[in-house]
Write a protein that binds this ligand. Structure first.
Ligand SMILES: Nc1ncnc2c1ncn2[C@@H]1O[C@H](COP(=O)(O)OP(=O)(O)OP(=O)(O)O)[C@@H](O)[C@H]1O
Length: 349
């Protein structure tokens, strides 16, 4: 069903109809958007990335309400992945609603997913983010707003725990990050999914139900349908908020370690090039791992291919040196230990 234009809820009895009080869920979503938009740098528009699902539809309705009050232009973009029948009509319905809600610009972004590497979900995500970044640059946007909620964050943390992720994965999704110079902003990370659904209902918006969200072929859908509800049953309703809180705490620690590692990398640079083994060995494990990771990227290893195994191989040259090596980084980059340093290059002749 295409979304219908938002309508403010009727004022409760005893209140002036001129100042209706929004439903609590509507107020919660608006407050979250206001908090993020207040003081956002840059004068350009924010672009809401809206799928037509309940999260981004509630986000869009809140942005349509809040942005003009803060003097911030707001546009809306919806991506047509062309993966399901009727996707073009749905995208047009979202765009049509957005025009009536006052967004400008409003764009449907068609993307091609076929032929990209990875599974269809990953390929669609990559294509979507590419299109969002291009649109944001075209409109000199101050940022792209995404509708991820607290429940999405909790799912992300559980999935990260299940695959044995380190602090980066356990940090979940950041509220703000830059992709190719474009700020990606997630105002709803502390808003419950039940609130985005309730906000849509209170505003008379009919959201699109993405069949992928309930398809048990996807691990995230199984976490959403089974694992999180089981945890909530067993441990209480605070679990979702607590998982999201843990992500924030770990993100703060990870950021502090990153800062320490950036300084440590400069400290352990060796005079003749490469890194000093003694300097590296003196660092705490968590800092040394980050230093080696950053150095590998500096050497030209493609970040997407650089795994913890590569970092562990570099680490072994420092802490477990038995004459082995070189370690091989992706991008055909051998690293060896020579004269008390880690240096790039194959075995000496
Ligand atoms: N087709 C799309 N067009 C524009 N933005 C999208 C699209 N799909 C996803 N997004 C953006 O990415 C966010 C996360 O999408 P995802 O599908 O992972 O989560 P979701 O919980 O199903 O969100 P929603 O309820 O908004 O569909 C969305 O809230 C939205 O901001």
């Amino acid at each position: 069903m295409p979304p219908r234009p938002p309508a403010e809820p009727a004022a409760p009895a005893g209140r002036s109809p001129l100042t209706p009080s929004p439903a609590p869920a509507v107020a919660a979503v608006r407050l979250a958007v206001r908090r993020l938009l207040t003081g956002l740098p840059g004068a350009g528009p924010v672009l809401v990335a809206c799928s037509g699902g309940p999260d981004s539809l509630a986000l869009a309705a809140a942005t349509a309400f809040v942005a003009p009050r803060l003097g911030r232009p707001a546009g809306l973009v919806t991506v047509d992945h062309d993966l399901q029948p009727g996707s073009a009509e749905r995208a047009e319905a979202v765009a049509g609603w957005a025009r009536t809600a006052g967004f400008d610009p409003v764009e449907v972004l068609p993307v091609r997913v076929a032929g990209r590497p990875g599974g269809p979900e990953a390929a669609a995500r990559t294509a979507r983010y590419e299109a969002l970044v291009v649109a944001a640059k075209r409109h000199h946007a101050a940022g792209v707003l995404l509708g991820h909620t607290r429940d999405d964050q909790a799912e992300t943390v559980l999935l990260a725990l299940a695959r044995g992720a380190g602090p980066r994965g356990l940090s979940g999704m950041p509220e703000r990050r830059e992709l190719d110079g474009v700020p990606l902003l997630r105002p709803l990370l502390d808003v419950a999914r039940s609130d985005t659904g309730a906000a849509c209902a209170a505003l008379g918006l009919t959201a699109w139900a993405d069949p992928h969200n309930t398809d048990p072929a996807y691990a995230r859908a199984r976490v959403r349908a089974e694992a999180l509800p089981a945890l909530v049953d067993a441990l209480g309703p605070g679990v979702v908020a607590n998982l999201a809180r843990t992500a924030r705490l770990i993100a703060a620690d990870a950021a502090a370690l990153d800062t320490l590692a950036a300084a440590a990398l400069d400290d352990v640079r060796a005079a003749g090039g490469g890194l000093s083994v003694d300097g590296l060995a003196a660092l705490p494990d968590a800092v040394r791992g980050r230093v080696l990771h950053a150095w590998a990227r500096e050497l030209g290893a493609p970040p997407a291919d650089l795994s913890h195994r590569h970092v562990a191989a570099l680490d072994a040259l420092v802490t477990d040196w038995r004459g082995q090596g070189p370690a091989h980084l992706p991008g055909n980059l051998p690293v060896r230990r020579h004269a008390g340093r880690l240096v790039q290059g194959g075995a000496p002749a």
